[in-house]
Design a protein around this ligand. Structure first.
Ligand code: NAD
Ligand code: APR
Ligand code: ZN
Length: 241
């Protein structure tokens, strides 16, 4: 199977990659739904929704300060690095990530979109203020330097819509690709997951890398079961052979 996947990627001009929390798992960032995933320990609706932030901003900021502390200690793993190598080889490459940990940028990927924002960015709940702030921790209730309103993490919460420009860019790229590589996502959250079905509908070859089967496995042309940090480097290493 890995040979078939390598052939498909080696000969394609246009490649899109969709990543989820699983690609950062081997860096030590907890996933959401897998075994001892984040959402198993916490009540999502208490922490990652606009209503939760309205009701108890200190608690939500405490959660995101904890996640910033965890993520600040981790580094990109071989799977992230393999995608940087891949970007150098493929003429028309776009990485679409659901992750907010910034590890793809840290590894060196350039041509990419973050569907759910980035944990290192904060935005104002009132005005247009948006900035990167890597302080750990942020004050328990950080305020906007422009209008003194409360700042929030610049991530997409449950029940929120994605930035339409970001989603449109991802959809446009997905509608024009030969291969879609789907890595480390449970493919259950919308609208990110719908991009996989859209790629399939438009005739792209779907290659999935995951430690277990997912909702997307039924439409994947190739499913490589294994850890992204082991499978991806094997897939990309062979290009140098
Ligand atoms: P949801 O089912 O509420 O849908 C998210 C948004 O996408 C909604 O506005 C919905 O109307 C819209 N949507 C759904 N299907 C769509 C499609 N096919 N095309 C265009 N728009 C579509 O999703 P959710 O599970 O409540 O999560 C909301 C978002 O928040 C998701 O993208 C999720 O990944 C994200 N999230 C991020 C974090 C984090 O820590 N970064 C945590 C939780 C959720
Ligand atoms: N290698 C490959 N896949 C892995 C690995 C690994 N080492 N470890 C875990 N996985 C897989 C799991 O099998 C699971 O399918 O990664 C996937 C993680 O799924 P989720 O925890 O649901 O994360 P994700 O799919 O990114 O969630 C989507 O939902 O909570 C929101 O916004 C949040 O972006 C997130 C979105
Ligand atoms: Zn403001």
């Amino acid at each position: 199977m890995i040979k078939k996947a390598r052939e498909a990627i080696l000969h394609c001009r246009r490649l899109r990659v969709l990543t989820g929390a699983g690609i950062s798992a081997e860096s030590g960032v907890p996933t959401f739904r897998g075994a001892n995933g984040l959402w198993g320990k916490y009540n999502v609706m208490e922490l990652a929704t606009p209503e939760a932030f309205q009701r108890n901003p200190e608690l939500v900021w405490k959660f995101y300060n904890w996640r910033r502390e965890v993520i600040a200690k981790v580094k990109p793993n071989p799977a992230h690095k393999a995608l940087v190598d891949l970007e150098k080889i493929i003429p028309d490459f776009l990485l679409i990530t659901q992750n907010v940990d910034g590890l793809h940028q840290q590894a060196g990927n350039k041509n990419m979109v973050e569907l759910h924002g980035n944990i290192w960015w904060v935005k104002c709940t009132t005005c247009e203020y948006l900035a990167q702030d890597r302080s750990i921790p942020l004050p328990s209730l950080p305020t906007c330097p422009k209008c003194s309103s409360l700042l929030r993490p610049n991530v997409v919460w449950f029940g929120e819509a994605l930035d339409p420009e970001v989603l449109d860019k991802a959809i446009e790229a997905i509608e024009n690709t030969e291969v879609l590589l789907v890595i480390g996502t449970s493919a259950v959250v919308q609208p990110a997951a719908s991009l996989i079905w859209l790629a399939k509908e438009k005739g792209a070859l779907i290659i999935e890398i995951n430690i277990e089967k997912t909702e997307a496995s039924e439409i994947a042309d190739i499913t490589l079961l294994g850890k992204a940090g082991e499978v991806l480097p094997q897939l990309v290493k062979s290009f140098r052979e």
